[in-house]
Write a protein that binds this ligand. Structure first.
Ligand code: PEP
Ligand code: MG
Length: 547
């Protein structure tokens, strides 16, 4: 049996399946027998217990897991939810039922909001299950215990599960639900565990079946042949060797330099990226700092954050992106209108231009940080469509004192007009996630069209080539900062198409560094030509491999 989903990371694993236990059965909606006061006291106690447990687990786990678990503890104690639970108990529900209904109603609301908020709905469901388990006095559902390493198969993983995964035991994650930005995906990426999410038939995999979970192809193959297992083991060894290799600057086998940069969402991630050999930052996603903000951040708040980031990179390049609000990353202070198709809506630079003061404040804060540190700050705008928008952003950035100002190539029109754009922009950085979404007209958040979200598609590669050629003609940098740069084989092709730098999640740096070091520029160009001539994404992969 071969199942397919969306691969996260480039890793591969082979091992027996262990299934995550199913969620607790839905609490009955029979009338409560206890009086409301006693039910309420029991629920309050259970909530406190669960919140304390999550916080304590966070303390033990530390790092990113701590933030995730603290957020879950906060959800458990949310006063709006507590009020809703109380009123449901007062209307005659049992405590369990009231928790179930109140959390489900809140989950529905988050799901309807779509994007990032919808993915937080899973987290809320997990908190509800924990509270109900505490009320029943049964163990909370969670990752199964095992003496042997295993491949974990689940509907989806909640933060409390992913944060505490025993990395010695869990070889890979396979989930039925979840998209490329779900918690499972984020944590799998940061911990370098192969994961395949959105595998529709995942729950048909029986406990104990041996499978190969290959994130590079997004496939899960049951009962693999000995040859396949041997091949997988060889790939695992190669990845281990790459991870253990000395950290050097990115370069091809013939010495052509290809700086390897990090994608970051908070200054807190800088130290770990440097340790993994990041030569700078190729994409700092500023909107991640303000996802929960109700009002626009002030110049002072932003200056503090950007200065904290730049201080980690004296003498090094740091590319900061202006707020990219909308679609999968809504910011309430920038996008409050209901839109039928938010990915095609007032997002990125379009939203900033509609509220120019917010953009001016951000660029001013960046100028302050530029003046306060020795980092080489580059600033770029997301979702730019053409040379007119480029001109608008670049001239505003320069007016406010920024030195190097460019644009992201995410909308196909920008690639088509690359020569015009590069006449004005100091540089272009290609966001392959959105460029793929818009080129193939497939919502990147939607599991049903996930197979279209493949940056190997020759249509995407041809747009990258147009940008690479225009960059070479203008003598300007053309970086890649989408997930495509984290795929070692594709990274080589992108360099062959003219990319001058590659930026990625820091966990991917070692694999990409190793692949570049094994390829000359001539070989990279031959692979790029072969991929460009293919008719589908999978043919492009094969053609590049064979070239
Ligand atoms: C992209 O679209 O490729 C990109 C890097 O931006 P984001 O993933 O934040 O939209
Ligand atoms: Mg993007």
């Amino acid at each position: 049996m071969e199942l397919h989903g969306v691969g996260v990371g480039r890793g591969v694993a082979v091992g027996p399946v262990r299934r995550m236990p199913d969620p607790l059965p839905e609490p009955s909606d029979a009338e409560r027998e206890q009086d409301a006061g006693a039910e309420l006291a029991a629920v309050t106690y259970a909530i406190e217990q669960v919140a304390a447990e999550l916080t304590a687990k966070g303390e033990r786990a530390g790092g990113e897991a701590k933030d995730v678990l603290e957020a879950a503890a906060m959800m458990a104690k949310d006063p709006t939810l507590a009020d809703d639970v109380r009123s449901r108990i007062e209307q005659g529900r049992t405590g369990e039922r009231a928790v179930f209904e109140a959390f489900a109603a809140f989950q529905d609301m988050l799901t309807a909001m779509g994007g990032y908020m919808a993915e937080r709905a899973t987290d809320l469901g997990d908190v509800a299950q924990r509270i109900i388990a505490a009320l029943r006095g049964v163990p909370a559902p969670g990752v199964p215990e095992s003496d042997e390493p295993f491949i974990l198969v689940a509907r989806d993983l909640a933060p409390a599960d992913t944060a505490l995964l025993d990395l010695e035991k869990v070889l890979a994650l396979v989930t039925r639900d979840g998209g490329p930005t779900s918690h499972t995906a984020i944590l799998a990426r940061s911990k370098s565990i192969p994961a395949i999410v959105g595998v529709t038939d995942a729950l048909n995999l029986a406990d104990g079946t041996v499978v190969v979970a290959d994130a590079a192809t997004g496939s899960v193959v049951s009962d693999p042949s000995q040859e396949v297992v041997a091949e997988v083991r060889q790939r695992i060894e190669q990845r281990k060797a790459a991870a253990a290799a000395p950290v050097t600057d990115g370069a091809l086998a013939d010495g052509t330099e290809v700086p390897l940069l990090a994608n970051l969402g908070s200054p807190k991630e800088a130290a770990a990226a440097l340790e993994l050999g990041a030569e700078g930052v190729g994409l700092f996603r500023t909107e991640f700092l303000f996802l929960d903000a109700q009002t626009a951040p002030t110049v002072e708040q932003q200056t503090e954050q950007y200065t904290a980031l730049l201080q980690h990179f004296p003498g090094k390049k740091v590319v900061v992106r202006a707020l990219d609000a909308g679609a999968d990353k809504p910011l309430s202070f920038l996008n409050d209108a209901e839109e039928e198709n938010p990915a095609l809506g007032l997002r990125g630079l379009r939203a900033l231009r509609a509220t120019e003061q917010i953009l001016r404040d951000q660029l001013t804060a960046l100028k302050n940080a530029q003046d306060a540190t020795d980092a080489d700050l580059w600033v770029m705008a997301p979702m730019v469509a053409d040379a007119e928008e480029t001109e608008y952003f670049v001239s505003l950035g320069k007016e406010l004192g920024l030195t190097t100002v460019g644009v992201m190539a995410e909308v196909p029109s920008l690639a088509v007009l690359a020569d015009q754009v590069l006449a004005t922009a100091d540089f272009v950085s290609i966001g392959t996630n959105d460029l793929t979404q818009y080129t193939l007209a497939a919502d990147r958040m939607l599991g049903s069209v996930a197979s279209y979200q493949d940056p190997w598609h020759p249509a995407v590669l041809r747009l990258v080539k147009m940008l690479g050629d225009a960059g070479a003609a203008a003598g300007k940098a053309v970086g890649i900062c989408g997930e495509a740069a984290a795929d070692p084989q594709l990274a080589v092709v992108l360099v062959g198409l003219g990319a001058t730098t590659l930026s990625m999640t820091p966990a991917a740096l070692a694999d990409v560094r190793a692949e570049l070091a094994a390829t000359t520029l001539e070989q990279a160009r031959a692979k790029a030509d072969a991929a460009l001539a293919a008719t589908t994404a999978s043919e492009a992969r094969k053609a590049a491999h064979g070239a």
